[in-house]
Design a protein around this ligand. Sequence first.
Ligand SMILES: NC(=O)c1ccc[n+]([C@@H]2O[C@H](COP(=O)([O-])OP(=O)(O)OC[C@H]3O[C@@H](n4cnc5c(N)ncnc54)[C@H](O)[C@@H]3O)[C@@H](O)[C@H]2O)c1
Length: 253
Amino acid sequence: MTGQRLAGKSAIVTGAGNGIGRAVSEAFAAEGAKVLCADIAFADAEEVVRRIGEAGGQAVACHCDVSDGASAKAAVDRAVDTFGALDVVVSNAAVFVPITPLAEMAEDDWHRTLAVNLTGSFLMCKHAIPRMQAGGGSIILVASQMARVANAGQTAYCATKGALVQLAKGMALEYVGDNIRVNALSPGGVATDRMVRRFGDLEKAEREWGAKHPMGRLGRVEEIAAGAVFLASDESSFMTGSDLLIDGGYAAW
Ligand SMILES: NC(=O)c1ccc[n+]([C@@H]2O[C@H](COP(=O)([O-])OP(=O)(O)OC[C@H]3O[C@@H](n4cnc5c(N)ncnc54)[C@H](O)[C@@H]3O)[C@@H](O)[C@H]2O)c1
């Protein structure tokens, strides 16, 4: 355990089984939160819960496909039933589809990208907000530096990430009266399996993608999780409708 900045809070993290979601789940638990680790890859979520338990934290695993409304609602219900309340939602799940110019993109890949990256956040928020209105809370939509700049071959991905920033702003205005804060969190390139899928291995990802960041490297998952802890905690109590960019300077070029 490292601290108690999220003591007494209960949270859902989607895409919790790997990469940034796993690091966010572990950081939340280390700060005293109870965490529902939701992922379409249930075994990976279970493994994260096991690691959290070993470290002395509290978490449960939940199978969830965020692109399916019933599944998103079931995850929210499970968190409230298990923990008694819901204070924090981190909508982090995203699919990885082949990098290709738009005209060559398969229609299915377009639909899946929107369904998971964007509609998934809508569905999680649609079901979570009514359960948060009594006590307030913090919603964090994991976007990307690709919400502000684009990358050839990733146009659909960039479109969903830009839309997430606007989704956060709209919901921030709609639910400010319920004391629900909504912010986006935008990582730059981070060393996760997503990078391995894209570049073949992390060394190549560091060389080719890390070098595109003014800091000359990829981010670490812990550096993104630190931002999520801040947005989830009362330390960010005057922040809503914002986009916290943690990108090694990528968008500053
Ligand atoms: N890694 C990066 O360089 C980077 C950069 C900017 C933004 N991001 C964003 O950060 C988030 C996490 O990225 P990551 O690199 O950790 O990704 P990742 O691919 O390593 O992990 C994504 C997780 O989401 C889960 N998932 C996929 N589809 C799902 C669904 N339908 N329902 C529930 N879970 C589902 C996967 O099983 C996996 O555990 C994503 O939103 C991504 O776009 C990542």
